[in-house]
Design a protein around this ligand. Structure first.
Ligand SMILES: [Zn+2]
Length: 363
């Protein structure tokens, strides 16, 4: 081959190589979406402010439009920062991609409602594998939870560390968990509490590099958080649950001063919603939650994220049951989902203003 011919071959191979690199880059970048481009924020600054200010950020789960509208309306009206949570069940029900686009839409919707600087986090609730957390980071979530709490300690550390190392490259914050909550939430379930061991928290946080830590101090997933035999009954026959273990929380705070702590399973199970549900044909027996005074007390401490899901389900169900019972001829979904949305919004505002204290913290 002459000198010129060889040059052409080299040029061709080089161009071919560059094309392939460009193509692969295109694929990678097309797949990667940064939450920053969606107008979302991570939890870092939000938590730092919440600890300093003695309040907690509401973490509301969503899996449908009415819930999301109610959350955003409530937060826009109260100017409260918020964490939108997507659980495993929500991903299966509504589709992870669709939920991500809904969250992106929520930012724009919040602005339309007059909330100039919405502080909205899109968070994966109870991520159970590195791959799932990675896929959420890659598609624009600003925060993920990796829940290795059911694993042996060293495996929890290794898995959490792996997720942190990936997520932090993209400024995505990570929540880990130590200790196990009782109760059932989507596919997360456990028979008994295993309280977080305060002597483990420093080692866990140091080794993994997590940004926040979910702990177990007696909160519980679901609407039946406690068995009647664990409770006492007040004068009205309403079950009173055992108190949260504030001694464990205090011991953890002592070990990790100023570090963001998270409470899962913190619905209060409003008895008026339970009564409405049962009045109109429901059958919720001994549904019981965490008293709001206890959550208020926790919010004033290093607890800066409080997860609330069941309460919104109850508010929605109560409103729908009432319409079905009182207007049996109604068949336009907007006529029962509309009141459901209103009832959820009322609940969210109550939590923000009266329980968590996050009103006006994201002007
Ligand atoms: Zn949870």
């Amino acid at each position: 081959m002459d000198k010129n011919g060889l040059g052409h071959v080299i040029e061709f191979v080089r161009n071919d190589y560059l094309c392939k690199v460009l193509f692969i880059n295109l694929i990678i970048h097309k797949k990667m979406v940064s939450y920053k481009d969606l107008g979302l924020v991570n939890t870092k600054e939000m938590f730092a402010k919440a600890i300093k200010g003695g309040y907690a950020i509401p973490a509301f789960n969503f899996n449908n439009m009415e819930q999301l509208q109610a959350i955003i309306q409530a937060c826009a009206e109260t100017k409260s920062p918020v964490i939108l949570q997507v659980s495993k069940g929500a991903r299966q029900y509504a589709n992870q991609t669709l939920l991500r686009y809904m969250a992106e839409g929520a930012v724009e919707y919040a602005k339309e409602l007059g909330w100039e600087h919405p502080q909205i986090v899109l968070h994966l609730d109870h991520g159970d594998s590195f791959e799932l957390c990675k896929s959420c980071v890659d598609m624009g979530f600003s925060s993920v939870m990796i829940d290795g709490s059911h694993l042996p300690y060293d495996e929890n550390v290794a898995l959490t560390k792996k997720v942190v190392e990936y997520a932090h490259q993209f400024d995505v914050t990570v929540e880990g968990e130590l200790g196990v909550l009782a109760g059932v939430e989507d596919e997360v379930s456990a028979e008994h509490h295993t309280y977080t061991k305060p002597e483990e928290v420093v080692d866990f946080v140091t080794k993994t590099g997590v940004d926040s830590l979910a702990i177990s101090i007696g909160t519980s997933h679901g609407a039946n958080k406690f068995k009647p035999e664990q409770c006492t009954r007040n004068a009205d026959g309403i079950l009173v649950p055992p108190p949260l273990r504030f001694d464990v929380l205090e011991a953890i705070e002592k070990e990790l001063p100023g570090f963001p702590i998270v409470l899962h399973g913190s619905s209060s199970v409003p008895q008026e919603e339970v009564a409405t549900i049962n009045k109109y044909g429901g059958a919720l027996k001994d549904a019981i939650g965490i008293p709001e005074e206890e959550l208020r007390k926790a919010a004033a401490s290093a607890v800066c994220k409080i997860n609330i899901d069941s309460d919104s389900r109850l508010a929605m169900t109560a409103a729908i049951r009432e319409v079905f019972a009182l207007k049996p001829a109604e068949f336009d979904p907007r006529k029962y989902l509309g009141p459901a949305r209103e009832n959820m919004k009322k609940l969210y505002k109550h939590k923000i203003i009266d329980v968590l204290g996050s009103e006006g913290k994201a002007e």
